[in-house]
Design a protein around this ligand. Structure first.
Ligand SMILES: Cc1cc2nc3c(=O)[nH]c(=O)nc-3n(C[C@H](O)[C@H](O)[C@H](O)COP(=O)(O)OP(=O)(O)OC[C@H]3O[C@@H](n4cnc5c(N)ncnc54)[C@H](O)[C@@H]3O)c2cc1C
Length: 283
């Protein structure tokens, strides 16, 4: 009998040909052609797959993000804790959730001696797994007896823990998925939700790698490229070895300007190199 819930994430479906949808949306903004003409060109094969991918890639480097709302993905998620789900459902724009009900589902399966739960590794590492499990057993007993005594599931569930597993089917658009990844792949996010978003990324990677690769923490080179958390959190983060903090970016920028005196639009790589050398020389 398995009591420990196992996280499972599956990409159920994606809006048909998301890359071309994005191409059509962006192209409509930047061409005198009508959408019908844009899509006729696509249907006639006059725009190669490579060109579509390249065009979208270039747009993804810009701040023009509203077309990303036109591409949606469906995921099935199970075996995650109610601790995770409390956090997940705080995302409110561009995402729809359906979550297993604790009102309509009674967790009284005959073959189960006790309810499933999600146990963080830290309990085992601290040598307290047995205590955790004992409490889950006790909760199972109280819950089952309450249901057997006629207490409705919606009331019996009041004793269920944050460790209780739950299931979702969600629909999310690409703009929101990027935003969620910004926040929840960051090392400041809780381990379980980070793990879940990482799995969503892997699922998407198998189908649309051109888009999935943009799912990064906000400091990723395809996202903001720097950390905007407080300095203490930044210094504690392993990613600080490879990614700058916002204050460093501002500082380098100021020095580059001071060094070359050029307006920002004229700065080039040599200016940044000069500023780095200047910084190193100053220690
Ligand atoms: C590391 C971390 C720690 C957290 N700690 C806490 C905590 O201690 N307590 C707590 O309550 N929550 C906490 N949260 C949750 C957080 O405050 C957000 O509720 C959650 O991350 C959802 O993100 P979002 O607000 O960007 O919502 P989304 O729905 O993902 O929003 C998308 C974006 O739309 C815009 N938007 C949405 N609604 C509005 C609006 N009404 N007005 C203007 N713009 C809007 C915003 O730009 C927003 O970023 C934490 C989140 C993280 C990542």
């Amino acid at each position: 009998m398995r009591y420990k819930a196992r996280m499972d994430v599956v990409l159920i479906d994606i809006a048909n040909d998301p890359l071309t949808k994005l191409y059509g949306a962006y192209r409509t903004c930047y061409t005198p052609k009508t959408p019908r003409e844009v899509w006729d060109d696509i249907a006639a094969g006059s725009v190669s797959r490579e060109k579509i991918a390249q065009f979208v890639e270039e747009r993804l480097k810009t701040g023009h993000v509203s077309p990303l709302e036109q591409v949606v993905f469906w995921f099935g998620i199970s075996g995650v804790s109610r601790s995770l789900s409390h956090q997940f459902v705080r995302h409110r724009i561009g995402i729809s959730f359906e979550q297993q009900s604790q009102r309509y589902v009674r967790f009284t399966g005959k073959n189960e001696e006790r309810l499933e739960y999600v146990m963080p590794e830290s309990w085992r590492e601290a040598g307290r797994a047995a205590e955790f499990e004992k409490l889950m057993e006790e909760i199972t007993r109280v819950y089952r007896e309450a249901v057997a005594a006629g207490i409705p599931a919606e009331d019996a569930r009041f004793v269920l823990p944050n460790a209780a597993p739950t299931n979702f089917q969600i629909m999310v658009n690409f703009a929101e998925l990027l935003h969620i990844a910004d926040l929840r792949l960051c090392t400041r996010a809780q381990w379980e939700i980070r793990q879940m978003i990482a799995r969503m990324r892997s699922e998407l990677m198998r189908k649309v790698p051109e888009l999935a690769k943009y799912l990064q923490p906000k400091c990723g080179e395809k996202r903001m490229g720097y950390c905007d958390e407080d300095l203490k959190a930044y210094e504690a983060c392993p990613l600080s070895n490879s990614r700058p903090h916002k204050l460093q970016v501002i500082e380098v920028f100021k020095r580059v300007r001071a060094e070359s005196g050029k307006p920002m639009r004229d700065l080039d790589e040599s200016d940044f190199k000069a500023a780095e050398e200047f910084r190193e020389a100053k220690g």
